[in-house]
Ligand binder design. Sequence first.
Ligand SMILES: NC(=O)C1=CN([C@@H]2O[C@H](COP(=O)(O)OP(=O)(O)OC[C@H]3O[C@@H](n4cnc5c(N)ncnc54)[C@H](O)[C@@H]3O)[C@@H](O)[C@H]2O)C=CC1
Ligand SMILES: N[C@@H](CC=O)C(=O)O
Ligand code: NA
Length: 444
Amino acid sequence: MSSHKPIKVALLGCGTVGTEVVRLLTDQAADLTARVGAPVVLTGIAVRRPHKHRDVPAELLTTDAEALIASDVDVIVEVIGGIEPARSLLLAALRSGKSVVTANKALLAEHSADLFEASDASGADLYFEAAVAGAIPLLRPLRESLAGDRITRVMGIVNGTTNFILSGMDSTGASYGETLDEATRLGYAEADPTADVDGFDAASKAAILASLAFHSRVTAADVYREGIASVSAADIAAAKALGRTVKLLAICERVSVGGDDDQTAADGTPITESISVRVHPAMIPKSHPLAGVNGAFNAVFVEADAAGEMMFYGQGAGGAPTASAVLGDLVAVARNRVHSGRGPRESAYAALPVRPMGQTPTRYHISLDVADRAGVLSQVAAVFAEHDVSIAAVRQEGRVDDASLVIVTHAATDAALRSTVDKIGGLPVVREVVSVMRVEGEEL
Ligand SMILES: NC(=O)C1=CN([C@@H]2O[C@H](COP(=O)(O)OP(=O)(O)OC[C@H]3O[C@@H](n4cnc5c(N)ncnc54)[C@H](O)[C@@H]3O)[C@@H](O)[C@H]2O)C=CC1
Ligand SMILES: N[C@@H](CC=O)C(=O)O
Ligand code: NA
């Protein structure tokens, strides 16, 4: 039996994730006590609608989240989502020395500076493993296990809803709308699913990943973002024809600053390294390990100087998987309280600047419908040359009166590639730009 006084926990929000947190806390109470070294006791649940039917102890429900935070609880678990009132509630909790566990990526991607400052001022823990890639242990490896290495790249599928939709479109030809409804029914989608399909959710996660991986402060506003709304059946067919598949990727990578860039920091010192943080659909080869990640599963590749390549894979969304990560954090902060310890602090010391997307090296796949006559290829190739974009592969297929031309480029700046596509689209010999998509995960 434990001799330490109970660790009192208050839950804010009781929706998809909150309900599962209550279930796990209840079902595993004895094990949690043994693992923490003290009983972990849920003392209140703040909800918006107390009379709604939920499978949780009704006597714990309250609509007064502030009062719960002001009570003698040790840990606040926040699964409300969104910026306000979550931000004010968590700042109040941290300032009064309560440990905080949150799954709220939108909040962390915008207000981590304030939250970490409040956590530092009082010495209270701030844990958020559930905020990125659901159940998958990813943030703790970045913050702790890899803290002695130099991470160079983090690339992955971090949004379950969009991966569920793209997988459905690729495998069964299911429609976008049908699969989105199903993802919402299964508890994967955000309260407002446009956060998923427009890439905001993945961009928040990319900001959190880049901040931790590169010890820099990156907010959601710094992340280049494209969602999946523009991914068409033609894009998916074009990818399939080339042995590729389309995924919404979050990519965070170090980019060396070349001689031409000549960038300087505000204090005049030359910048030698920057980071690219971006979310967009991309074609990846079917042979790439991320290509086999389907449904609401997430997977994240991490590359580090000494460790080499690692991949983290598992359930990235849904009530129970997300609650697993919340409970893991809850055990960690409870243990810290029992042993008077503290989790890792934020380390934004490297302060690497985020590179504008236009200056980021990317590669494009371009599929064109062109007139089938002599000289077309040379006209198209001339536009690439004019923009200093080098072509890695070309495939041309003729038909009766028109032909298709598929081009994959070598890396060039995104701005040069965009200008190239714009100019090609205006050539009289080009009937239609059928598909344009970035290419990741292969060397040519
Ligand atoms: N559902 C998932 O797969 C995952 C969700 N998350 C995050 O977890 C958080 C919760 O997500 P879900 O449970 O899916 O959302 P949800 O919408 O099912 O639950 C949120 C609950 O909070 C309640 N709420 C809103 N304002 C409140 C207030 N002022 N006081 C008390 N309760 C209030 C809502 O009525 C709702 O029941 C979000 O930050 C989300 O981004 C993170 C990873 C995965
Ligand atoms: N809506 C999110 C939930 C988990 O973070 C997703 O679909 O991944
Ligand atoms: Na996680």
